[in-house]
Design a protein around this ligand. Structure first.
Ligand code: CA
Length: 250
């Protein structure tokens, strides 16, 4: 339960903050992982629904309309990728992939198909809860009536109305491409964006395989953002994630 390998996912004082009343669908054939999750969810007051196969999972998603889906990639009937493809046709529900070592390729495909995030087994409960909280918060922000043109995380502040970027209140001048790349990361803040997604959004679909552009411009951006650079996390072999700092707890 304490295998939090990633320093950004520090357990919070109240691990259930912001999670109450959400329904989580767990699609996973490994009973020991389902048991671990159901114990963790009981402690937070979350409602959990379980499915052991991909097809049962899809049916459960239709029936229970969960707020978040945790999806194992290796299922006995159809693959997790097929489950993502099916669900994304009719739902935007956040999907967090549970992936094992050696499933990197499938994991990237799932993210490109519209999954929101992944954790790699074995994962810690605190890490998973932090990721669930991020996707739930993104959902509530996305559906809220207010659109805030100012993005803030740590020392980074971006005013999208005036296109101004600040690090610790100091103005940073970005080129149009660097700014576009930063906005793409902000649009997906907190979640992983794959190399192909970023290349397609910033340079265009025909550049989706030109990962050297991306490396180069991430480098430029990091250099200009100075201490804000540590907020652009590299997810090796997958993509990048712009770290969002948690809002202060009440
Ligand atoms: Ca499995």
């Amino acid at each position: 339960m304490s295998t939090v390998s990633d320093p950004q996912y520090r357990p919070l004082e109240d691990p259930s903050a912001g999670l109450r009343k959400a329904t989580i669908l767990v699609i996973e054939d490994d009973p020991s992982i389902r048991r671990m999750l159901s114990i963790a969810f009981q402690d937070t007051g979350l409602t959990a629904v379980e499915a052991e196969t991909g097809n049962d999972g899809i049916r459960a998603a239709v029936k229970h309309q969960p707020d978040v889906i945790l999806l194992d990639i290796g299922l006995p009937d159809i693959s997790g990728l097929e489950v993502v493809q099916n669900i994304r046709v009719w739902s935007k529900v956040p999907i967090i992939i549970l992936s094992a070592n050696g499933q990197e390729h499938l994991k990237v495909s799932c993210l490109e198909m519209g999954a929101d995030d992944y954790v790699t087994k074995p994962f810690g409960v605190a890490e998973l809860m932090a990721r669930i909280r991020v996707v739930l918060r993104r959902e509530s922000l996305a559906s809220g009536p207010d659109v805030n043109p100012v993005f803030e995380s740590g020392p980074l502040r971006v005013d999208m109305a005036t296109r101004e970027v600040f690090i610790s209140e100091e103005r940073v001048k970005l080129t149009p491409l660097e700014y576009k790349l930063l906005i793409s990361l902000i649009k997906h803040a907190g979640k992983i964006v794959t190399h192909r997604q970023l290349l397609a959004e910033v340079w265009g679909q025909e550049y989706a395989d030109e990962s050297q552009y991306l490396r180069l411009y991430i480098g430029y951006l990091r250099k200009k953002l100075q201490e804000g650079a540590s907020f652009i996390l590299n997810e090796p072999g997958v993509g990048y994630r712009l770290l969002v700092t948690e809002p202060p707890l009440k």
